[in-house]
Design a protein around this ligand. Structure first.
Ligand code: AMP
Length: 583
């Protein structure tokens, strides 16, 4: 078994990729291939079909994009690769990844294609010559029917998140598209799980596929308190600074993990700009540079190290009491190695995991792998931060009063009082303001509205299982199907389709169970959304809605997927009432 952690010597060199791709990989700052990349890239370069059992966050996009880019013929202006994705958001993300990796491949054209975009614009782009198409099944079918897309030169087909396409009711469309490709191509199917329908598609359309799966051995996790916090990508830096201000153990050091060298360097700069003694540690630094950082960390001159996984390997510094997984690890085993950098030598340690909407599944995977729950953590508010600043400031003053010889300063204060005609308290206040420096001690009165976290969501009709029921004012009368609801929530609110629970479609409304932690996000991002061309209002369902139906409740399974509610694993695990971390 090979894992990311054990294969210290693995590098991208071994694949023999062309110089342009290697430069792009260096540009994005990947230090080494992830486990799925190690196994998949050679097979795809070799012309094999594959079934890759891997989910988002494992690096699967590069696992198929790099070999495709390596083998495309840029000289021919034909569509040679198509990637089918369940959502438009994933289509955009995958297309962006292709752009990133093909930065130094002149003339390579990638086009995302999804509903909601102007079809005319898509015609024009297609006419002007495109090598790679990334899109959702519906719009691609549309172009094939109109014959504005020509698949006769196709060399690669990728089905990305096949199980998700099944859950969203797209599997018929996927099959229709596969039926319209010639036999002369290589197929890669990626899926986190392999349900029967996905297996059937693989049997029917893949040629002698290699099965690629990442094996894990269970690792015991040291006794470290583990927390997670839901964030969006845009919030990450802000949440990090609040955590550092609010939850830092001042006597210890913090180790922050970033997935790339460039990310680590950028984040370090940001932290330094905010006044932290932070330093980066990544694979581009020489051994002596890294050792110097470790020395300063041990000596207390450095309080925060921002590291990549490779650089942090073997890092053993007792002062580290907190690990922050700023970027989600690509593999559960990497998580275990990361958090093992704290809580050393019998000291207590905490680990915090930042989780974006698309990374919920990797979090569950980690929990399964370690057999431990990661507890939700409340995002510190500005008021929390202000309170903590004040407490620390008072502590510094008390310590100074206790420990320092203040005679000289007493004379100074006497002089100041005389010169200004102000009383001693005012002089002390001015001195405190000065000592506060560039981090003024503002007292925040009312608590601000807080960003979404698992623990703040109102759940009027939620069951004990961590789900909350939402009311959509469209139903059978608007020809709404479960796939429309799942698609709308997945696309608009960036919630994984598999996380969505039971969907009861009634004549004039629909009740949808969603994990409580997504409720605010859904209500916010779906304001003014259109489903089946109807303006749709969404709100929390109340007890009346829940008991409303006179007709029997239709526990409608998603169209072709026929997934019953109970088959949707994943969120069950997180269903117990979350314990909040205090303040
Ligand atoms: P994916 O599973 O394809 O969605 O990738 C998840 C994340 O991992 C993306 O942000 C990629 O940029 C990143 N990534 C992919 N390959 C690597 C690698 N070899 N080293 C570090 N990060 C990677």
């Amino acid at each position: 078994m090979k894992t990311q952690v054990e294969t210290a010597g693995d590098s991208f060199e071994q694949f023999g990729l062309s110089e342009g791709l290697m430069r792009a990989i260096a540009d994005v700052g990947y230090e080494m291939p992830t486990p799925i990349q190690l196994k998949t890239i050679p097979l795809l370069l070799d012309g094999r079909d594959i079934i890759g059992q891997a989910q988002t966050g494992t690096g699967k996009t590069a696992a198929f994009a790099l070999p495709i880019l390596e083998r495309l013929d840029r000289g021919k202006k034909t569509v040679q690769a198509v990637v089918l994705t369940p959502t438009r958001e994933l289509a955009i993300q995958v297309a962006e990844a292709f752009h990133t990796y093909s930065k130094h491949l002149t003339g390579l054209r990638v086009l995302p294609i999804y509903g909601g975009q102007s079809i005319e614009q898509q015609f024009n782009r297609l006419r002007s010559g495109v090598h790679v198409i990334v899109g959702t099944p519906g719009r691609i079918m549309d172009h094939l029917r109109r014959e504005t897309l020509d698949f006769s030169h196709l060399k690669f087909v990728v089905l990305d998140e096949a199980d998700e396409m099944l859950r969203m009711g797209f599997i018929d469309d996927v099959e229709w598209i596969l039926g319209h490709t010639s036999a002369e191509h290589q197929t890669a199917l990626f899926s986190a799980t392999i349900p029967r329908e996905v297996r059937r598609i693989a049997d029917r359309y893949l040629k002698n596929p290699a099965h690629v799966e990442i094996e894990h051995k269970t690792l015991t996790v040291p006794t470290i308190e583990q927390f997670y916090i839901n964030v969006s990508d845009a919030q990450k830096a802000d949440v990090l600074t609040r955590l550092l201000e609010n939850d830092r153990d001042e006597s210890g050091a913090v180790l922050i993990f970033d997935r790339t060298k460039i990310g680590a360097a950028n984040l370090t700069e940001k932290l330094q700009a905010r006044g932290y003694a932070a330093e980066a540690m990544h694979g581009d630094m020489s051994q002596s540079q890294r050792e110097a950082v470790i020395r300063r960390l041990r000596g207390g001159q450095v309080e925060i190290v921002v590291a990549t996984d490779v650089a942090a390997r073997g890092l053993d510094v007792e002062r580290i009491t907190q690990v922050i997984n700023y970027d989600m690890p690509n593999d559960p085993e990497v998580y275990v190695h990361r958090i093992g950098r704290t809580g050393r030598a019998g000291r207590t340690g905490t680990a915090v995991l930042f989780v974006t909407a698309r990374q919920q599944r990797m979090k569950s995977e980690i929990e399964r792998f370690t057999n431990q729950r990661i507890e939700p953590m409340r995002m510190p508010t500005k008021a929390d931060v202000a309170r903590r600043r004040i407490a620390l400031f008072k502590e510094r003053i008390h310590a100074t009063l206790r420990d320092e010889d203040l005679d000289l300063y007493l004379t100074l204060v006497g002089e100041l009082a005389e010169e200004s005609g102000r009383d001693i308290a005012e002089i002390a206040a001015a001195a405190a303001r000065l000592a506060g420096g560039d981090k003024p001690l503002e007292v925040v009165a009312a608590p601000e509205p807080e960003p979404r976290t698992a623990s703040h969501v109102a759940r009027p009709t939620s069951g004990e299982n961590g789900m909350t029921r939402l009311f959509f004012d469209v139903g059978h009368h608007s020809q709404v199907r479960p796939a429309d609801i799942v698609g709308a929530i997945a696309n608009e609110a960036n919630v994984p389709g598999r996380a969505i629970g039971a969907i009861d479609i009634q004549d004039h409304f629909t009740l949808v169970d969603v994990p409580s932690e997504y409720v605010e996000q859904i209500l916010e991002s779906m304001r003014g959304s259109r489903i089946r061309n109807h303006n749709t209002n969404i709100r929390l369902a109340n007890a009346r809605d829940a008991s409303a139906p006179a007709e029997p409740v239709k526990r409608t399974a998603h169209k072709a997927g026929k997934i019953k509610k109970d088959d949707r694993k994943g969120f069950k695990k997180n269903a117990k009432s979350p314990r909040k971390k205090a303040g």
